[in-house]
Design a protein around this ligand. Structure first.
Ligand SMILES: NC(=O)c1ccc[n+]([C@@H]2O[C@H](COP(=O)([O-])OP(=O)(O)OC[C@H]3O[C@@H](n4cnc5c(N)ncnc54)[C@H](OP(=O)(O)O)[C@@H]3O)[C@@H](O)[C@H]2O)c1
Length: 336
């Protein structure tokens, strides 16, 4: 350990001891986000100190802030009221590495996941990072890990998406949905994307073969799909089953409310026949999948849709917009 500390100190290019970070004060009765000056982290043996250049907001950040009172109480008890870091996706430059780190060195451009991403510096585990492709911006890299893990594990692992399949993506302009549409096209599926009128052209521009305007058409009453990937979670399991072809499968990744989710899980288990509706569990941040995401980005098979970038001080506005479920693609936080 002493050697690790010496290496870190030797490689630290600046003497800054503090940094700016968004701190989530998670008190059960009032939770708030504050931009604070906090201690700069020091990497442990298996960690990499990253100067964050871009981070991105996920639906999970909005869910945490809007969590119902009992859940907030539980989280504040488990994690401590001031120990609640928000943000997961990062892209940046390596500042220093712990003594056990072999894959990265100071100066490397990296992306991946780390709790507390809304900060100028993070200490990420080596296993949660990958090298950022040189032809991909920090913003695009930061926009990709969580939605990429979710879409890959939902479509590839749970849905077994294949060339020639008829696939419908509900919520094609959500962060998860835009990744899912482009990934499915890259494997040769015939993709239908569901969005509102204002976003139809955007869905076509991502490569979707067909579009459905949910303000005018109900996709559960038209068309039969081999696979449905639901990144919204606003339909009942029965309605989703209706839109499936024989032996079809629907994977639900979207979450609208706990009562809806629980009702859907129960209803899905009661459905009869060979058309199945299943809920996707929480996506895992796997190194192997981060490398797949890196390749998809590098080869231009997935180009993240970024609606807007915000400075760190306006993180709360970005999380609020994600919480309205109207954000297109991803919202990115960029550091100075
Ligand atoms: N299982 C997991 O591990 C995991 C991980 C990440 C996310 N998720 C879940 O995945 C879902 C998507 O999250 P996200 O952050 O990617 O996106 P999001 O911010 O929740 O999605 C916003 C987008 O959805 C569109 N939308 C809203 N209502 C719609 C509807 N009725 N039909 C079709 N599109 C609609 C909006 O476009 P319009 O304004 O045009 O309607 C907007 O572009 C969330 O429910 C989240 O909880 C699950």
């Amino acid at each position: 350990m002493a050697r690790a500390a010496w290496r870190v100190a030797a490689e630290m290019p600046t003497l800054e001891k503090t940094m700016k970070a968004i701190v989530f004060e998670n008190y059960p009765r009032s939770n708030r986000l504050r931009l604070r000056e906090v201690e700069k982290p020091t990497p442990a043996e298996d960690q990499v100190l990253v100067r964050v250049i871009a981070a991105s907001v996920n639906a999970g950040d909005a869910h945490r802030i809007k969590a119902p009172l009992p859940l907030r109480f539980l989280l504040s008890r488990l994690m401590g009221p001031r120990n609640s870091q928000l943000g997961t996706d990062i892209a940046g430059r390596v500042e220093a590495v712990g003594s056990g780190v072999t894959e990265f060195k100071p100066g490397d451009e990296v992306f991946g996941v780390c709790p507390g991403a809304f900060a100028e510096f993070v200490c990420a585990k080596e296993t949660k990072l990958a090298h950022k492709p040189a032809n991909v911006s920090f913003e695009a890299a930061a926009a990709s890990p969580v939605v990429g893990f979710t879409a890959l594990q939902g479509l590839r692992d749970r849905g077994n998406v294949r060339a020639g399949q008829k696939l419908l993506v509900n919520g094609a302009t959500s962060g998860v949905g835009m990744f899912a549409v482009q990934y499915a096209k890259s494997v040769g599926a015939e993709v239908t994307g569901v969005s509102s009128t204002r976003n139809l052209e955007l869905v076509r521009s991502m490569g979707a073969d067909h579009v459905v305007d949910y303000t005018r058409q109900d996709f559960t009453r038209e068309g039969k799909y081999d696979l449905i990937y639901d990144a919204i979670g606003n339909r009942s399991a029965g309605a989703l089953q209706r839109a499936l072809a024989p032996r079809g499968l629907c994977v639900v990744a979207g979450f609208t409310s706990f009562p809806r989710m629980l009702a859907n899980i129960v209803q899905a288990r009661l459905l009869r026949g060979d058309r199945k509706v299943v809920n996707q569990s929480i996506a895992q941040s796997l190194k192997a999948d981060l490398l797949v995401i890196r390749d998809l980005l590098e080869q231009g098979k997935v180009v993240p849709l970024i609606e807007r970038s915000y400075p760190l001080s306006e993180t709360v506005d970005a999380i609020r917009l994600v919480g309205t479920r109207r954000a297109r693609g991803k919202l990115v936080i960029t550091m100075n």
